[in-house]
Write a protein that binds this ligand. Sequence first.
Ligand code: NM2
Ligand code: OGA
Ligand code: ZN
Length: 388
Amino acid sequence: MTPAYEPRIDRVETAEDGGVLAVQWSDGSRSRYHALWLRDNALDAATRDPVGGQRLITVLDLDPDIRIAGASVTPAGAEVAFQPGGHRTTFAPAWLYTHRYDAHNRQGWGAPAPWVQVWSSGLADMLPAIDYGTARADKRALADWLAAVRRYGFATMRGVRAEPGAIAEVVTLFGFVRETNYGRIFDVRSQVNAANLAYTSLPLPVHTDNPYRNPVPTLQLLHCLATDAEGGDSILVDGFHAAQVLRAEAATDFELLTRYSAPFAYRGAGDVHLETASPVIRLSPEGELAGIRFNSRSAGPLMVPFDVMRAYYGAYRRFAAVLERAVLRVRFRMAPGDLFIVDNERVLHGRTGFDGFGSRHLQGCYADRDGLYSTLAVIEAELGRAAA
Ligand code: NM2
Ligand code: OGA
Ligand code: ZN
């Protein structure tokens, strides 16, 4: 972790007739803030509920022409007085620095969030891992593991009792199980007349789960209870890395996959009919790489414009080929008691086929990423640690 800059304010000035506050930082950088934005984001008890921190005012309470009548540096930070209304409030330097929005470290178009670290097959030698007992007993170790999920989009765990239901206890370390039509937890093993190809012994090319669901489950866990069967190795690919490779090699293909929605559908054994659509590569409105949705088994008929269809298939095929590259994939074999968790909007998972006569039994479940990030932030704050 790079040592964090401890923000100090050298000087404040008003500009644009009081419409803007300019802050000169001790590291030489400078950030501008609008008076309207500052008034809206005041952190005092008249603006935010001191207990829960929720905002007490609405945008309609703000004078759109509000101005800064005066500003100065005090030991507590930047003190600002507004007109009309005469409201006076102080912004702590760390808060102002964290929330500076004046052209700073914006990643390039199509790049992931700054905390994301993309990976390739080399990660196989250093898979993020923790022992279940350690995760329960040691908050620091748990925080490191959760931070690995945020950074790499996956992590492994050992020593989870190879018993049905144990996977749900793992989820209580950071959040809640997300129940679906497959149940709270589901058994992944070879069955006759399987309603889902996951419940056969067929190989599963890398995919994200439940692409036909909106909202899509953002985390998936798989826990191994038994593996006597030949085959059935696990495969993981960083979809964000694959997207970056695609962008570097064929920018127009990357763009095509971000520009159109791809439909996905699943009709189970008569009892479900789920469908939705999402781009295969999803960008935020700011152009940040936000999600991957890829699953051949559940892809619906594409409905891109006629003149785009051929090019879209070209892009889709090229991305599928990138996802199959050996240099991008990590392959490992789960043993009973092993578990892995993936960010289901980033890291694709798959398996090699296995001998249907042996016994291979996994249990899986879904959960939500926002809850995991929340738990991580709370533990980091408890430990007095900056976000890793
Ligand atoms: N299972 C394992 O999303 C999918 O259709 C992949 C999901 C059946 C819950 C399999
Ligand atoms: C799944 C899946 C992988 C495996 O159940 O969604 O992809 O190893 N399973 O069986
Ligand atoms: Zn799956």
